[in-house]
Each structure stands twice: as structure tokens, then as C-alpha cells.
Design a protein around this ligand. Structure first.
Ligand SMILES: C[S@@+](CC[C@H](N)C(=O)[O-])C[C@H]1O[C@@H](n2cnc3c(N)ncnc32)[C@H](O)[C@@H]1O
Length: 247
């Protein structure tokens, strides 16, 4: 599926008010990334966070890292308000992370639950690498091909998820040394398939489809889901990387 930034922006913008209380797995990956990062370094000159959203990761950065300058980016303008709640003097770049042009090199570029939206991962990392200082760190979480496997099985909708090997190879080919990698799987349980759909909506993930679902389509989904999975579950398969550009 080709990434449509307008759809992603529209869905995430709508989910912002409910995102933090629903984004359980995204909160876990943000927490794990910071925990592992501080074991390597917690003191930076210039940090850039890509896809800052409602500031779930920004808050943890503010609490756990030291830095001189903090830059944030998101497709959504409103993200700036969330970021400034935690880091008032942050500089914000609105727009596609691959198009922004910071005028300094970063010693840390960090991003939680966003890189899975890139449809050309290698091209994306090549663009991001341009803003990393020599020996700088790239820290991110993304998702593996079995993420939301139940949705893929029932609707055929999925993102172009990269495998662990593909991500590792791209990072190595582009001159990164992988300092840390961790993957895990987490099943979230819901009372009904409808509640599961609401969870996807509240975390902005309904961007998997560009069209708004009709009532008939929702009913069809719920019926198919109940037949296949008597207990509604949704499997998340996140992966975390800490990589260092070889200077
Ligand atoms: C799942 S949310 C994660 C938000 C936040 N990083 C967190 O830890 O919860 C993904 C965010 O990435 C943003 N996003 C997706 N693709 C983007 C891109 N190419 N450039 C900038 N922001 C992007 C979306 O607007 C959304 O706010």
C-alpha cells in the first residue's frame, strides 16, 4: 500500500484527544527506547524527534535526557502544542520528516511508532542520515510484518512492514552500527470487535484504509472477526533499534 500522507495526517489528527490513553504499546516502546538509550548516553547537544504526535515520547525525553537544543517534527501542526508542554523552547518543523531541513546536524534523532509508515525504508533512512552528525545516534521503534495480523487476515489491509533482517541490512548498508535491538509481541484483548476497531481509530491506525468505513463494512468486519477469533485480540509486534552512524 502506498503511503498517503494526507490520510495519515487526517487520521492521527482526529485521534489526538484519545491517543495517550489508548496507545499502550506505543507507550511501552517509548519507555523501553529511553531506558536502553540512557545506558548508552543521556547527554546530547542537538536532539531531533520525528513524528512527535501528542508528545508521548517527548515527555520521557524531557524527563530523562539532557540536551542543549530540541527539535521536533510532525505532519500535524497541533503536535507543536503538545511538544511545548514538555519542552517549551523546542523548535518545531511541520511537515514530512523526509523533507525538513534542519540547519544543524543532530547527535540524536529519535522516533517512536512512525517509521512503519515509510513505504521506501531505505530512501527514508538515507534522507534522515543527512541530518545526523558523525557518530550520532538513530533511535527508533517500528513494527514487524506480523503486526495486526488479525486485521490483515480479515481485511487484507496492511502496511509495507520490513522484517528485522531487512531493517538491520539497510542500517548496516547505510553505515550504521547497531548497538541495540529488541523485539516483542503483545496481544491486546477487547470485549468486542467493535471495541477493537475503536482502539485502532483512537490510535490513528485506521489510516490503513483511505476510505471511511460504512456501517455495512463495519458489520461485515465484526462478523468475520467473531467467526475467526471468538476472543477479540489484536497482536502488536514492535521492534526497537539504537544505531550509531560510523564517523
Ligand atoms: C503513532 S503516532 C506516534 C506519535 C509519538 N511519536 C508517540 O510516541 O506516541 C505517529 C505520528 O507520526 C506522524 N507521522 C507519520 N508519518 C510522518 C512523516 N512522514 N513525517 C512526519 N510525521 C509523520 C503522525 O502524524 C503521528 O503524529
Amino acid at each position: 500500500m502506498q503511503t498517503d500522507y494526507r490520510t495519515i495526517k487526517k487520521h492521527f489528527e482526529k485521534s489526538m484527544a484519545n491517543y495517550n490513553k489508548n496507545a499502550i504499546v506505543q507507550d511501552l516502546t517509548a519507555q523501553k527506547m529511553i531506558e536502553e538509550l540512557v545506558k548508552i548516553s543521556s547527554d546530547f547537544d542537538n536532539i531531533l524527534e520525528l513524528g512527535s504526535g501528542t508528545g508521548l515520547l517527548t515527555e520521557k525525553i524531557a524527563k530523562n535526557l539532557k540536551f542543549h537544543n530540541f527539535y521536533a517534527n510532525d505532519l500535524i501542526e497541533k503536535s507543536q502544542i503538545y511538544v511545548e508542554k514538555y519542552i517549551p523552547n523546542a523548535r518545531f518543523f511541520r511537515g514530512n520528516a523526509l523533507k525538513i531541513k534542519p540547519n544543524v546536524k543532530m547527535d540524536l534523532i529519535i522516533s517512536n511508532a512512525m517509521f512503519q509508515w515509510f513505504d521506501n525504508f531505505e530512501k527514508a533512512i538515507t534522507a534522515i542520515k543527512n541530518s545526523i552528525d558523525s557518530s550520532g545516534l538513530l533511535v527508533f521503534s517500528s513494527f514487524l510484518p506480523n503486526n495486526f495480523k488479525q486485521i490483515r487476515e480479515i481485511t487484507g489491509l496492511t502496511l509495507n512492514y520490513k522484517t528485522e533482517e531487512e531493517i538491520k541490512n539497510t542500517l548496516k548498508d547505510l553505515g550504521f552500527n547497531i548497538l541495540y535491538c529488541e523485539k516483542f509481541s503483545k496481544d491486546m484483548e477487547f470485549k468486542t470487535p467493535l471495541e477493537l476497531l475503536a482502539h485502532l481509530k483512537n490510535t490513528g491506525v485506521n489510516s490503513l484504509s483511505e476510505k471511511t468505513w460504512t456501517i455495512t463494512k463495519i458489520r461485515e468486519f465484526c462478523e468475520k472477526y467473531s467467526q475467526k477469533y471468538p476472543t477479540p485480540i489484536l497482536t502488536y509486534c514492535p521492534i526497537i533499534f539504537i544505531a550509531q552512524l560510523q564517523g
